[in-house]
Design a protein around this ligand. Structure first.
Ligand SMILES: C=C(CC[C@@H](C)[C@H]1CC[C@H]2C3=CC[C@H]4[C@H](C)[C@@H](O)CC[C@]4(C)[C@H]3CC[C@]12C)C(C)C
Ligand SMILES: C[S@@+](CC[C@H](N)C(=O)[O-])C[C@H]1O[C@@H](n2cnc3c(N)ncnc32)[C@H](O)[C@@H]1O
Length: 367
């Protein structure tokens, strides 16, 4: 073979390998977000590493953050930074729904996710003509599933501007933009009228609030009397022992890597719901058997994690991904380990379901 032919053949082989590695393998979970597309939300390229360092020093001691009033006030801003850092990595490696779901034998992750989301719509009896609130909507995976399943109008709120852009683009692409609306704002102070929603839900989002009372009180305010609200909460279970250092290490690892100002105990959720005026309708840990383990999806992906790690290293070295992505990816890998451990030991659940109703006032009941 001539030298020039050999060089060309070699070049084509390398190009094909790079294409396969980055574009084919890189779109790890859902085609549409590939590794070459990893931006860090609205953070300027050169600031990613600094923002990550700031985030990490703020959330290093999660419990102190929650109990100190001036730190607690800063939580939404740091949660916003967190989602700038992780949103693209989540979409790339997990999909458009940023939550866990019980595993169901014979079903794909995508189907498990849809079933877990449609359950929300059924629990709050969402139907055509209803205006439903999604508290902490992410890039809108659940919103689209719920709108499509129930025929209702869904309005989502997220603190992160970048997620708003992503969610609106996905809504349009899915042909659901006439049913789904996305607003940027703080769920502790929502830009909505009193009594303006027929139903509301939050999926693995209110755990970011420094005070659960405050976010529940806001949902209560904007719901119409008689309206139902369901939340999937991240909590420690009765098996968690605060004096067991391994338990503490796992829970703090989950809090640090997920921007949480301190996880609540499962036993406290019902009383918080009631303290803001809701009637408790149902409470259930959806992770308990017969539900299949939600954490297997995290564990089964070990090889994928290593492939992804290699990929972000290569893309950062080639300056395709901004500096700091490798650190964020490592933080997520570590967090996944703590989450899986929390699930396996049973000391943590991300799906404590609480369903409640805003009471119908006596005067309205009589009408
Ligand atoms: C509800 C929240 C987020 C829950 C999950 C959607 C995410 C929690 C941990 C995330 C991940 C961990 C490991 C990542 C992996 C190293 C990477 O290669 C690909 C993406 C991950 C799998 C990533 C995906 C999303 C999570 C599972 C919190 C924040 C309240
Ligand atoms: C783990 S994601 C879950 C997103 C979505 N529920 C889902 O399941 O795909 C948590 C969401 O809560 C939002 N969030 C956290 N704190 C918030 C706040 N103070 N106000 C509004 N949204 C907030 C985040 O921006 C993010 O969209």
């Amino acid at each position: 073979m001539e030298l020039s032919t050999a060089v060309w053949t070699g070049g084509v082989a390398v190009a094909a390998a790079v294409y396969w590695f980055v574009w084919v393998m890189g779109a790890a979970e859902v085609k549409g977000k590939s590794a070459v597309d990893l931006k860090m939300g609205t953070i300027k390229r050169d600031n990613v590493k600094d923002k990550y360092t700031q985030y990490w020093s703020f959330f290093r001691r999660p419990k102190e953050t929650a109990t100190n009033a001036s730190s607690a006030e800063k939580v939404p801003a740091f949660v916003d930074t967190f989602y700038n850092l992780v949103t693209d990595i989540y979409e790339w490696g997990w999909g458009q729904s940023f939550h866990f779901s019980p595993s169901i034998p014979g079903h794909s992750h995508r189907e498990e996710t849809r079933i877990h989301e449609e359950r929300v719509a059924d629990l709050i009896t969402a139907r055509p003509g209803h205006r439903i609130l999604d508290v902490g909507c992410g890039v809108g995976g659940p919103m689209r599933a719920i709108a499509a399943h129930s025929g209702s109008q869904v309005v989502g709120i997220t603190i992160n501007e970048y997620q708003v852009t992503r969610a609106r683009a996905h809504n349009k692409k899915a042909g659901l933009d006439s049913q789904c609306e996305v607003v940027c704002g703080n769920f502790l102070k929502m830009p909505f009228e009193n009594d303006s929603f027929d139903g509301a839900y939050s999926i693995e989002a209110t755990c970011h609030a420094p005070s659960l009372e405050d976010v529940y009180a806001e949902v209560f305010r904007v719901l119409k009397p008689g309206g139902l609200y369901v939340s999937y909460e991240w909590v420690t279970t009765a098996l968690y022992q605060a004096e067991n250092p391994e338990h503490v290490e796992t829970i703090q690892g989950i809090e640090r890597g997920d921007a949480l100002p301190g996880l609540r105990a499962q036993k406290d959720i019902a009383s918080i719901v009631k303290s803001v005026g809701f009637e408790l309708v149902q409470e259930k840990d959806l992770a308990l058997p017969p539900a299949g383990p939600w954490w297997t999806r995290l564990k089964m992906g070990r090889i994928a994690y290593w492939r992804n790690h290699l990929l972000v290293c290569v893309l950062t070295a080639l300056r395709i991904a901004p500096k700091g992505v490798v650190e964020v990816h490592e933080m997520l890998y570590e967090t996944a380990r703590h989450l899986a451990n929390g699930g396996e030991t049973g000391i943590f659940t991300p799906m404590h379901m609480i369903l409640c109703r805003k009471p119908v006032k006596a005067s309205e009941e009589e009408n």
